[in-house]
Design a protein around this ligand. Sequence first.
Ligand code: ZN
Length: 113
Amino acid sequence: MPIYEYRCKKCKKLSSFLLLRITEEIDPHCKHCGNKDVIRVISRVTVLKSEEQRLESMLDPSKFSDLDENDPRSVERVMRRMGKEFGDELGEDFEESMEEALSQENAISSEDS
Ligand SMILES: [Zn+2]
């Protein structure tokens, strides 16, 4: 679904127009002040949307239903799952710092016992 965005020359705010049909004609204007002097901008809405949805799915409580904050193994499981979802962006650095954090945590908890 194409989304067109226009920036108002007057108030600089963005207005998005969603086209339900490709043949639909839009009358670009500022939705904030009604000004018709607007510039077309390349929309990033679609990208942002999928990012948002991914975050939402990550924050889905059902994914954390087995999380026990006091159990390092349980935390590790959930973190690995999150690492997988964000694997592309976080890469090996994340894996490494995670391993580090977890080994430190394990060391502390083994000292206790
Ligand atoms: Zn405006």
